[in-house]
Write a protein that binds this ligand. Structure first.
Ligand code: GLN
Length: 266
């Protein structure tokens, strides 16, 4: 996509299956995106689609959150059957998926019994179970960047959030990532996130777009373009981000380190 998707008078955002994939508060990503559009006097149509309901294929942006293994498999089955998310993504809709959401959009992931399940194949990655403790805690990247659908690499600063996952994700050759993890696990290979075109996956909860407004605005830029992306006052979020950076580093250095090391067997 070299030019932003044409928008009529409003941006249509679809929050997918909050009843199945709402465990980690990722529904806040929809709130953040909608509010950042409204602050810029851009109309928003925000729909929330629970499991069993028909998924529209005409939205500009789709959000998929994190959840437990059982609901993750159910959400995958529903999305495979519906085909709407795949159609929308193939038409250039932006998709932002967190943790279980990212795993669902990959090529395959292990279900609650450890059996390999096919994902939607919108992200070039596979998720596997490894002989390591569940990754739980603050997640902080070094200076991150995202490859936009037009191929430009856009700096995002550090990304901050928390993670809580058993699976580890291996990005494939056609995918890019946000870059290197400073604290936490992320994908598990030292990188964080998986990006293919306008489909973006991450292990960052927080909600991620509340903690990282640069990422929120970059996703919006892909839809509304540069000119409509007027600057906002994010000073409150800057303070929160500074606090979370300190918390992530303190957690890594403080006594908690010892239980993490014990779990790792070192
Ligand atoms: N069930 C997945 C895992 O543990 C995803 C967890 C999540 O969404 N936070 O890897």
């Amino acid at each position: 996509m070299s030019t932003p998707r044409p928008t009529e008078s409003m941006v249509r955002i679809c929050s997918l299956y909050p009843d199945l994939l709402g465990t980690y508060g990722d529904g806040g990503n929809a709130t953040v995106l909608a509010q950042r559009l409204r602050w810029r006097d851009i109309n928003v149509d925000l729909v929330s689609i629970d499991a069993g309901r028909s998924v529209p294929d005409s939205c500009d942006l789709y959000l998929v959150g994190g959840g437990e293994d059982g609901p993750q498999t159910r959400a995958t089955q529903e999305l495979q059957t519906s085909g709407a998310l795949r159609r929308a993504a193939n038409n250039g809709a932006v998709v932002f998926a967190v943790c279980a959401g990212m795993q669902i959009l990959g090529e395959r992931f292990p279900d609650m019994d450890g059996v390999d399940r096919a994902g939607l194949g919108l992200l070039d990655c596979v998720t596997v179970r490894v002989d390591r403790p569940r990754a739980v805690g603050e997640l902080l990247t070094h200076d991150a960047a995202v490859t936009a659908p037009d191929g430009t690499v856009r700096p995002l600063g550090t990304l901050t959030g928390f993670e809580n996952h058993a699976g580890r994700t291996i990005p494939g050759a056609s995918a890019t990532t946000f870059g290197r993890v400073e604290i936490g696990e992320g994908n598990g290979d030292g990188t964080e996130g998986v990006i293919n075109g306008s489909v973006v996956g991450t292990y960052l909860h927080g909600p991620a777009l509340a903690r990282n407004p640069a990422l929120a605005d970059e996703l919006l830029r892909w839809i509304i373009g540069d000119a409509a992306l007027t600057p906002l006052d994010d000073s409150d979020v800057d303070a929160l981000r500074a606090d979370r950076h300190l918390a992530a580093r303190a957690h890594e250095l403080a006594p908690q380190r010892s239980w993490r090391d014990r779990l790792r067997g070192s």
